[in-house]
Design a protein around this ligand. Structure first.
Ligand code: 13P
Length: 284
């Protein structure tokens, strides 16, 4: 079973008013949990990997595990390159079987970001690979990507219109107040800005940094055109907390087939909850 692009998934979500959750995966167990839960709930899902994850797991290993998950569950699965910055790296992973890409040029000046994205869009068109890009810049930490509050800035709606028209991307990641990693205090999303972006741009919008954002806020963002909701930290915390408490209760435990199980169960509950928040159950 091959891995699909996220183009049709996100277009359908936009037409029907829900979002596809994108879960960052790191290893066999995260892929198993996300794929099994998605299949059980008949939900489209995206499996996302940062450059650090692909380096950790090995591109061919990760692609093979995701392909097997798609085959085993007869599930149209997209494996997505999260926050990738170099065409050479992207082309290597597309050759390995990936069909969904984010080119992150959000740290670059506007024209350079556009140039970089166009280069990737041209390449990806040849392989029918979907492309997400980011305008504006999220704060917070995502693996090796660490952006301070002073370096983060929100997406400008008119710039977004020009960016989408000139690059031909499939989806746009917007900076409206969400941040990668943990929030210190209550997150605030700029819904007016999101509505203004939606007025200028008719492609699916992407909300990064969705861990820790209250359900009602995520749903409001979806109502305003967000079609992909990215979740990493909530899964990591659920897994780590459950495994830590297992070791507290079983200090002599040493069998990974046992101590990983509560971690997987805790991630499963998070995946179910996010699918429910996104309204994607039954949308396969
Ligand atoms: P969180 O870790 O805040 O959920 O962000 C995930 C993300 O946006 C991946 O790109």
């Amino acid at each position: 079973m091959y891995l699909i692009s996220s183009r049709q998934m996100l277009k359908k979500a936009l037409r029907e008013g829900y979002a596809v959750p994108a879960f960052n995966v790191h290893n066999l167990e995260t892929v198993q949990v996300v794929a099994e839960t998605a299949a059980r709930l008949a939900s489209p899902v995206i499996l996302a990997g940062t450059p650090a994850t692909f380096s950790y797991a090995g591109t061919d290993y990760l692609v093979s595990i995701c392909q097997e998950a798609a085959r085993r569950h007869n599930l149209p699965l997209a494996l997505h390159l999260d926050h990738h910055e170099e065409l050479e790296d992207i082309s290597h992973k597309v050759t390995a079987g990936v069909r969904s890409v984010m080119i992150d040029g959000s740290h670059l000046p506007f024209e350079e970001n556009i140039r970089k994205v166009i280069e990737v869009v041209r390449f990806c068109l040849r392989y029918d690979v979907s492309v997400e890009a980011e305008l504006g810049r999220l704060g917070g930490q995502e693996d090796d990507l660490n952006v301070s509050n002073t370096d983060s800035f929100f997406t400008d709606p008119l710039a977004a219109k020009a960016f989408v028209a000139r690059t031909g991307i499939d989806s746009l990641a917007v900076a409206i107040g969400s941040a990668h990693g943990l929030y210190h205090g209550e997150p605030h999303l700029d819904f007016e800005r999101l509505a203004a972006i939606r007025e200028q741009v008719d492609i699916p919008l992407v909300l990064h940094g969705a861990s820790g954002i209250p359900e009602a806020m995520v749903q409001q963002a979806i109502a305003l055109g967000v079609c992909k909701v990215n979740v990493a930290t909530d899964l990591k915390i659920a897994f780590a907390d459950a495994v830590k408490s297992y070791f507290i209760q079983h200090p002599d435990a040493n069998d990974p087939r046992k101590y990983i199980v509560p971690g997987k169960q805790a991630m499963q509950a998070v995946v179910e909850e996010k699918i429910q928040i996104c309204g994607s159950a039954g949308k396969l």
